[in-house]
Write a protein that binds this ligand. Structure first.
Ligand SMILES: Cc1ncc(COP(=O)(O)O)c(C=O)c1O
Length: 407
């Protein structure tokens, strides 16, 4: 057994005045360019993490930077007391890309999900359901506000924060029978809420036929289909939104992460069933939809189109996954390599959190999620050569790790 960690007092921590809510590596990043980052010691890293699926355009993109600089010089924030033309511009674009009808803007993924949950509840109340229920999923992650952590499946994230928000019914992913059973037994259900590809839960895709089945069930029951595309949306899988691979449309779609290429932003995009649920006074935010964030969203989508980043995510993602499969498939201890486009998970048969630090030491940023899944969610500008470099750094680390004697 390992010796217990010595207690660290606040003054011994590198950032003693920052609340101690993250386990951080002792690396301070200074700047970035493209898919590369440098720390304050001058060491260089290949970015296989993209700020956890956020930095769509990489770092210091030559088209994004001047656009944001110009916006900062003009207007950073106004207020939702007034019209914000850039909100309409971004909302119209998101509607064009998704086939949905309208958007509400906020600042993060959990806020987008919180808005979705409020829409579902109000949708129920509007239909005379006093205690509406929402179907949620095992291994789901939707954020860390009280409502979204209650919808999240991870007991570690919920521990210490009870009582949880009620009104959630949990089912396993990709089991349509389980949702049909809920439909038979629970008359108060108003919505099904899931990540199209679970991110924090370990890169677990909802199968296309499953999504199609959910769409049919939601239509038959008058439920809202709410797809959390906070992590898998905005081109990451090679389509604008991951559910588009299944040829369906949700009624409610929360977005965040990649939409602003690093500028905080969230959005919930809704179709005809949900578009009139919220009215003036039902929901709001001070910062949400401010001109700086909206400009980041508009420019991100414009540059993605201009540079063909959906096709790039599909091609480079396939090459990256192919490279990992070539190097790691069949290696004892590698359970599965899965995902879509540039959202890839390598599941091992054991906890592998320490690979985060080892990869960083070797000059690669990645993450480990659900304890045993190495997650790669790089900027969508990743080149084939950079994908090959990720494989060349990561595969030997994984093999060496798996060859070590177990605990
Ligand atoms: C699918 C999904 N939903 C919601 C969230 C929460 O987003 P945020 O951290 O911006 O609140 C995340 C964050 O990882 C996520 O992956």
């Amino acid at each position: 057994m390992n010796a217990p960690e010595p207690a660290v007092t606040p003054s011994q921590r590198p950032m003693p005045h920052v609340m101690n809510t993250y386990g951080r590596l002792p690396i301070a990043l200074s700047h970035g360019r493209g898919c590369w980052l440098w720390d304050t010691q001058g060491r260089r890293y290949l970015d296989g993490l993209g700020g956890i699926a956020v930095n769509t355009l990489g770092h210091a993109h030559p088209k994004l930077v001047p656009a944001l600089q110009a916006q900062i010089g003009r207007l950073i924030h106004s207020s939702n007391y007034y019209e914000v033309p850039l909100q309409e511009q971004l909302a119209a674009k998101l509607c064009e890309l998704s086939g949905l009808d309208a958007a509400f803007f906020c600042n993060s993924g959990l806020e987008a999900n919180e808005a979705a949950l409020k829409i579902a509840r109000k949708y129920g109340h509007d239909r005379g359901i006093e205690r509406p229920e929402i179907v949620v999923y095992e291994r789901a992650f939707h954020g860390r506000s009280l409502a979204t952590l209650s919808a999240t499946a991870n007991p570690k994230i919920q521990a210490g924060f009870g009582p949880l928000v009620e009104g959630f019914v949990r089912v396993p992913l990709n089991d349509l029978g389980a949702v049909e059973a809920v439909a038979r037994e629970r008359p108060n259900v108003v919505a099904v809420f899931l990540e199209t590809i679970q991110g924090e839960g370990g890169i677990n895709p909802a199968r296309w036929e499953y999504l199609q089945g959910l769409r049919r069930l939601c239509d038959a029951r008058g439920w809202l289909l709410m797809l959390d595309e906070v992590q898998c949306g905005i081109g990451r899988t090679g389509r604008w939104f991951a559910h588009q691979w299944a040829g369906i449309r949700p009624d409610v779609m929360p977005l965040a992460k990649g939409l602003g290429s690093g500028v905080p932003i969230g959005a919930v995009v809704v179709g005809p069933k949900a578009v009139d649920v919220l009215g003036p006074g039902n929901h709001g935010t001070t910062f949400g939809g401010n001109p700086l964030a909206m400009r980041a969203g508009v420019e991100t989508l414009r540059i993605m189109e201009e540079e063909g980043l959906l096709a790039n995510a599909a091609t480079v993602g396939a090459a990256l996954r192919g490279g990992l499969e070539r190097e790691l498939a069949g290696v004892a201890g590698v359970n599965e390599i899965r995902g879509a486009g540039l959202m890839i998970g390598v599941e091992l048969d054991r906890p592998c959190g320490l690979l985060l630090g080892r990869a960083a030491e070797a000059g690669l940023m990645i993450s480990v999620t659900a304890e045993r899944v190495i997650r790669i969610v790089p900027p969508l500008i990743l080149s084939l050569d950079e994908a090959a470099q990720i494989v060349a750094i990561l595969a030997p680390l994984v093999k060496a790790f798996l060859a070590e004697p177990g605990p």
